[in-house]
Design a protein around this ligand. Sequence first.
Ligand SMILES: Cc1cc2nc3c(=O)[nH]c(=O)nc-3n(C[C@H](O)[C@H](O)[C@H](O)COP(=O)(O)OP(=O)(O)OC[C@H]3O[C@@H](n4cnc5c(N)ncnc54)[C@H](O)[C@@H]3O)c2cc1C
Length: 457
Amino acid sequence: MAEAVVIGGGIAGLAAAYDLHRAGWSVTVHEKSGRWGGKIHTSQVGDRQVDAGPDSMLARVDAARVLCEELGLADELIHPVAKIPALLFVDGSLHELPAKTVLGVPTDLNELSGVVSAAGLEAANADLVEPWHPLADGHDVSVGKVCRERLGDEITERLIDPLLGGINASHIDHLSLTTAAPQLANALAAEGSLIKGLSSLRSRMGATLGSGRPAPVFYGLPGGIARIIERLVEELAGADLRLNSHVRTLTQVAADGPKPDAIIIAAPAFAAAELVAAAVPDLSAELAAIEYASVAQVTLEVPRHAFDEVLDTSGILFPRVGGTLLTACTWFSSKWAHYQRPDAVLLRLTSGRYRDDRGQSLTDDELTEVLLGELRSALPVKSEPMARRVQRWPSSLPQYQPGHGARVQRIRAGAVEAGRGVGSGCRVEFVGAPYDGIGIPACISSGRRAAEAVMHS
Ligand SMILES: Cc1cc2nc3c(=O)[nH]c(=O)nc-3n(C[C@H](O)[C@H](O)[C@H](O)COP(=O)(O)OP(=O)(O)OC[C@H]3O[C@@H](n4cnc5c(N)ncnc54)[C@H](O)[C@@H]3O)c2cc1C
């Protein structure tokens, strides 16, 4: 029987293990912590279970839906119900995010009044008239550089950084155009303009379900996204699943049991760097060069009467230029039907982005006080929370900086040498958020592609 070792029990590692186990491989999964799922986690707020990490999965990429179908979870998938996708807190007041945007890039400049000044709007005309000089093959730049040049600073900082930067907990000036925002790169390549290219993309994405309803953008699961993890672990019955198992070197894995035919490294890049440090120092340096952002979140259950009005929105974004610690307030109980209660509102306040770790050094009480205070500057919250959960995610979101794609190629080339170090014929794969996209569907695909590759090597 072929032997596989998976290091890291997050979604990418478990997805890879699931396919290998089903194909008859002998699979061992090592997970450093005492629970499965990595960033995917559900925990208690008051008397209910609430997502503590991701709460939604992009529907446009099929991988999460397909896996949920295989795991018998397809009937449980739900979509956000809030009418307003997001609000922006700009110049001291709340504004609806313009409807016609892609990752914060507006495709209709007429929608921006109130959010952007007349001068800011004027600057965006450059995108419609200035020629775009395509990037040389293999070349990459920051999203901020391109957006500032073509659409101006205001639109970049007030719309694109909170949206695109927010998803990645990044800074738009340090985010790779080609790997973190390929839609923008493709729009420019196709039509020489972000506005025109993304407008065409919006029309193509506007495909409906046939009933006239727009196709859903996100999925959630009422029992929490961690339902997928529970089901994967159930499906892995019979495999060697080891919690509290911290793998320190690849050679340890080889010495620890039968020589594996494949090792799938599904741990964060900085942990992967340690695994190969002794055997392949250059590869380790490439892995260690992938920087991470940390986030800290406070989830609050607040009495309904604390609010004059319950906002019918998925959340509020707080642009970095506003200087707040608060980056976003997810309005859980308006976003998801299963979190709705007549007497309570469920909110999640998020802090932390690339090079802004202020939240990590605050105590739970201090963090709550600062974030709630900043929320109160956007709207009145007239009573204190009934329940609270503080969740910290240090070094949790890999940063795709310009040149990331080339770095991932070098890492994958280095994997061959790492495999040789373990023993002849051992294939090493790097999977998960640091390489192929940070979203859950991308991590699932990353794990499953690696499983496929090792089965056919
Ligand atoms: C707060 C937050 C909110 C998010 N929201 C969303 C969202 O709404 N939608 C979305 O699509 N994505 C979201 N993401 C991103 C997404 O959740 C992650 O990118 C994804 O879950 C990462 O999966 P992974 O398997 O690559 O890695 P991880 O989940 O990081 O799993 C890696 C595992 O490896 C283990 N490990 C590390 N070192 C070792 C070692 N030496 N030996 C053994 N085990 C080791 C770790 O303990 C961990 O369990 C969010 C992320 C965060 C932090």
